[in-house]
Design a protein around this ligand. Structure first.
Ligand code: GLP
Length: 251
């Protein structure tokens, strides 16, 4: 799963060296970042012109906090590739004027020409970035109060439940939908309900990932466990095998 997604990103960077990548955190994209770092090291994959925008950041955590998403990105990707630090954008976890900084974030995505590929994981409750159930499907970058389920899911990274931040700054669903290509990743049976509702359920703000059904270009990379509850799983596999027939096997 990770290798296939990393290949897609590498193809994008070769086609357009100054691509704008939307990056995600969490355990799911770790394998992709490892593979991209390897491609940089061994195959010279060039990040020199790449611009990045991360989806979200915990509000209240300093960049050097080991659980901040800034720290995560530095450790797992950025310090392993030749990206220019001035091209890296991650919402600030300690900003004072939240509204102004969220508008600036949106504006800088626009100035960069929009996001070419946006990576996304999915929460067990079907959220993307930190767009918790009930988030407007037109939402923009803003401060979001985390749901209890998300707080307890993420508690494994902190010493105690009390240390998990209660807020995050996150791109909105509307922001995400403006990316040119969205890559959704999910692995493990614990994501299978969210995946089914996101891809085959009704479009609803209760499952913010279901908004992806409104986008023209979404690629989902799922392992078998995450895909096991999909009704049309056999059809998707058939479609995949038919790509060769129409010469689109590299999509
Ligand atoms: C957090 C992040 C999401 C991520 C989700 C799932 O809520 N804000 O971007 O998709 O966790 O994380 P994991 O990949 O660790 O399951």
């Amino acid at each position: 799963m990770s290798n296939a997604a990393a290949k897609l990103i590498a193809a994008q960077l070769r086609r357009k060296p100054d691509s704008v990548l939307g990056l995600a955190t969490g355990s799911t994209p770790l394998g992709i970042y490892r593979e991209l770092a390897r491609m940089h090291r061994e195959e010279g994959l060039d990040f020199g012109g790449v611009r990045t925008f991360n989806l979200d950041e915990y509000y209240g955590l300093a960049p050097e906090h080991p659980q901040s998403y800034r720290y995560f990105m530095d450790e797992n990707l950025l310090r392993h590739v030749n990206i220019d630090p001035k091209n890296v954008h991650i919402p600030g976890g300690l900003v004072k004027d939240i509204e102004a900084s969220c508008s600036e974030y949106e504006a800088s995505i626009g100035q960069a020409g929009g996001i070419d590929i946006q990576l996304l994981g999915i929460g067990r409750d079907g959220h993307i970035a930190f767009n918790e159930p009930g988030s407007s499907l037109g939402s923009r970058t803003r401060l979001k109060t985390l749901a209890q389920e998300t707080i307890s899911d993420n508690a494994r990274f902190f010493r105690s439940l009390d240390e998990v931040p209660r807020f995050a700054i996150t791109m909105g669903v509307g922001t995400i939908l403006e990316s040119r290509h969205i890559v959704l990743l999910a692995s493990g049976v614990e994501k299978s309900d969210a995946v089914r509702q996101a891809l085959e359920g009704p479009v609803t703000s209760e499952i913010t990932a279901s908004a992806l059904q409104l986008h023209s270009t979404v690629t989902a990379f799922l392992d078998d466990a995450a895909a096991e509850k999909l009704k049309r799983r056999d059809y998707y596999k058939y479609v995949e095998s038919m790509r060769q027939v129409v010469g689109q096997e590299d999509l």
